[in-house]
Design a protein around this ligand. Structure first.
Ligand code: ATP
Ligand code: MN
Length: 491
């Protein structure tokens, strides 16, 4: 009773009785009256509106009977004006769509001055769209990218939830440089022009807001380990910040990272989880966002047609994603990877810009050779030299390497970085001493090794890197709404 009463009220008072276009398109064109709202993509012949509401890239065609609508109204139906339409859904007379709406009422919600609106119904370059990132959501490409980004985020939470992991929110402001993972952004309320100084002339952070020097986090891992060594299995999914001045298509100054951390896991368990995880979230998108993926696949095809033959990929986007879902990743050690590179025609013909020898931190050209040329599939590289990896990675018995693993993906390079963590107190503190990591500042971290330490492992997945991989976009700036990069923090 109450419910019918409330619904009755809704009918009378509610403004938004609309049906989303995505839902509408799955229904029979049975003449029913519907309300839709959205933004005009195009309006032609004073009759046909292509209307989009962001639920799908497929526009609904709204047909205005000639002579039935006011000229003033028709003039206001410009690209990106927003409207409310009430009308009847009927099978489409024209080709290109199954159904259309025969409009009974059209109401302008917001005008868009055609002279000033910067997005025209034509193809714009991604570079141009980056300059109007506040409006680029209104294009098909970015509609698809952001719906896929959402689906991936949702799938990540679902994957870990189904496995019984606990979602941890680790701090954004930290006093520790987790691992020297990257240059950090300072967080301070001290006056920039005249900060208090100690006798030796250095800045006196004891007078700062937190009573010590603080930064934006580069990783939630260390805090994640604290939680994992009590809750068992946890993950973080939050923003991380790196003030590295790398102007590449794969680096942002602010990006989102997923960091699972698991007690009672060794390196192999860690790799198995990472692989299962990546497959799961890609499968989720293949199953739930097929329309968007098909659109992005076509976009990529067209983009690649501009490239010379030898630069084009062998597989289309969907094929590539299905391949990843259906095939095991290659697993090799760092030492094997270096051997492969040393044996490669690319190395012998001096095609690499950077030198190859055991001990190097592989450059992206090396990683891409391995995944794109040699194996042609994702590769997990394990057991890196300890000198190029962080202090907390578990030391192997050879005295030279640590139980690290990086996952390298075609077109992207490193997508995951992880390791089994050093759980032995003496080994850990020994390594910290060698690497000048202040043990007293990390007293809380070391407590996990003092009290009931356990073998444990974890990894970090750069969220935007997986969004890049899944959408087939070429630049990381195009898979986050408002990219933060050197010299750019617009919007
Ligand atoms: P790279 O060598 O590509 O700079 P990294 O070794 O610095 O990466 P980690 O510190 O291991 O990366 O970070 C974990 C993951 O976070 C990486 O595997 C990558 O997916 C992602 N990542 C790292 N730096 C960035 C960045 N600046 N922008 C976007 N994602 C990043
Ligand atoms: Mn880096």
């Amino acid at each position: 009773m109450l419910l019918t009463y409330l619904y009755g009220l809704q009918d009378v008072f509610m403004f938004n009785k609309r049906i989303k276009i995505r839902e509408l398109l799955n229904q029979p064109a049975d003449g029913r009256e519907v309300t839709v709202m959205g933004w005009v993509r195009t309006f032609r012949n004073n009759q046909f509106i292509a209307l989009n509401d962001g639920s799908t890239n497929t526009n609904i065609q709204v047909v205005l009977e000639l002579g039935k609508f006011d000229d003033v109204l028709l003039k206001r139906l410009t690209t990106s004006s927003s409207i409310k339409v009430v009308g009847h859904i009927i099978p489409s007379q024209g080709k290109g769509q199954q159904m259309e709406i025969k409009a009974a009422h059209v109401e302008i919600l917001g005008d868009a001055d055609a002279e000033k609106y910067p997005l025209q119904p034509k193809k714009h370059s991604l570079e141009f769209l980056r300059e109007i990132a506040h409006l680029r959501f209104r294009t098909n490409t970015f509609g698809s990218v952001f719906r896929v980004r959402h689906a991936l985020a949702f799938a990540i939470h679902r994957f870990f939830h189904e496995k019984g992991f606990v979602y941890m929110h680790t701090p954004v402001i930290t006093a520790s440089d987790a691992e020297g993972a990257g240059e950090m952004f300072r967080v301070s309320t001290l006056p920039l022009d005249n900060p208090p100084r100690k006798e030796d002339g250095t800045i006196d952070f004891s007078q700062d807001f937190f009573g010590k020097a603080t930064n934006l986090t580069v990783s939630g891992q260390l805090e994640g380990e604290l939680a994992a060594t009590a809750l068992g299995e946890i993950y973080t999914f939050g923003p991380t910040f790196r003030a590295e001045n790398s102007n590449t298509t794969r680096h942002l100054a602010e990006f989102w990272m997923v960091e699972p951390e698991m007690a009672f896991y060794d390196l192999e368990d860690n790799m198995n989880l990472a692989e299962e995880f990546i497959r799961y979230i890609i499968r989720f998108v293949l199953e739930n966002n097929r329309e968007d993926l098909d659109f992005l696949a076509q976009r990529l095809d067209e983009e690649e047609k501009q490239l010379p033959m030898d630069k084009r990929s062998d597989m289309g986007l969907i094929q590539k994603l299905e391949f990843v879902v259906n095939n095991r990743f290659e697993r090799i050690t760092y030492t094997e990877a270096i051997d492969i590179l040393l044996q490669s025609p690319a190395y012998k013909k001096k095609k690499f810009q950077y030198d190859v020898k055991w001990g190097i931190d592989m450059q992206s050209e090396h990683e891409r050779y391995l995944v794109e040329k040699h194996f042609q599939k994702p590769v997990i590289v394990t057991n890196y030299p300890k000198d190029i990896k962080a202090f907390y990675m578990r030391q192997n018995d050879d005295g030279k390497t640590v139980a690290a693993m990086d996952i390298l993906a075609p077109g992207i390079g490193e997508i995951v970085g992880g390791s089994q963590r050093e759980e032995r107190f003496d080994r850990l503190t020994g390594r910290m001493l060698e690497m000048n990591i202040p043990a007293d500042e990390l007293w809380w971290y070391l407590d996990t090794r003092r009290f009931g330490t356990v073998p444990h492992a974890g990894f970090g997945l750069g969220f935007e890197r997986i969004v890049l991989f899944v959408t087939g976009m070429g630049n990381i700036r195009d898979v986050i709404a408002f990219p933060r990069t050197p010299k750019n923090a617009e919007f």
